[in-house]
Design a protein around this ligand. Sequence first.
Ligand SMILES: Nc1ncnc2c1ncn2[C@@H]1O[C@H](COP(=O)(O)OP(=O)(O)OP(=O)(O)O)[C@@H](O)[C@H]1O
Ligand code: NI
Length: 308
Amino acid sequence: MENPVLEVEDLSISFTQYAHGAGRRELPVIRGLDLTVRAGEISAVVGSSGSGKSLLAHALLGLLPYNAACTGVMRYKGQRLTREKMEALRGKEMVLVPQSVNFLDPLMRVGPQLARGKREKGVKEKIRAVLARYGLGPETEEMYPFELSGGMARRVLISSAVVERPVLVIADEPTPGLDGTAAKRILGHFRELADQGTAVLFITHDLELALTAADRVAVFYAGVTVEECPAADFGRQAHHPYTAALWRAMPGNGFVPIPGSQPYPGREEAGCPFAPRCDRRREECAGTIPVRREGRDYIRCVREGVVP
Ligand SMILES: Nc1ncnc2c1ncn2[C@@H]1O[C@H](COP(=O)(O)OP(=O)(O)OP(=O)(O)O)[C@@H](O)[C@H]1O
Ligand code: NI
């Protein structure tokens, strides 16, 4: 089989903080993150707010702030992603659909913004075609970001990311503020990209959306990937207790709330971060948690997993 487009192995990210008088402090926010994305596939990363999803996106593109330290391995088409490589790929083969529409330049019309200074022949046509694909007419090219509705701005962000036919699209919460139909349409566009051979990393807090849109799902909790599995497996196979709880919290599956809340980043203690909220916890959950693998799938839990 071909190399995956993207492989992330045991990625950890921590921030160095300088407190007044107290010297330096390391704040670990992501620990032991694993993930693969293949060409033609949509891989979703699901996690609640603050679980480290955007940090992952920024780490992959070399956009972490200066006080962030990153360990582990990131590979693109089988090769280590070095800083130089990220810079060479960014905005070309590897693109970000950012979480915030504030990433649009407020002082630049949409057309020139998508052209990124390129003037060669065919650029105008390419931009027109990509906008049309997302239901935006040529008049959009003349607009400034403040003239766009929320949904239009989202579609402009996506258009901007895919003008150059990227190999890997990293979409960080591409659908907030959109109604169900608009969100599904956007996800339909990602499926088209995947069908043309693009690898798509789809970041969302919405498990239901991930399951309808993605081929594979990685579940984050407090900066740890607790599970990676095929979307089609959901509700049938055994899962990590957190994944099972997320499943049961879905409106169609009982709407059962998960008691408690996700711990803040910077937890120093070992063990499973979900243990305090887990109805299946055991003593071993405080120790080192084994990773149970089966092919590309895995669960990070002391037990085999639970069928929700
Ligand atoms: N520069 C920074 N310094 C210290 N901590 C940070 C920094 N940037 C992010 N964090 C922390 O890292 C954690 C993960 O942040 P991240 O933005 O990746 O979350 P997220 O999963 O994308 O959440 P959301 O769904 O709200 O977008 C958060 O708790 C955040 O406070
Ligand atoms: Ni985010």
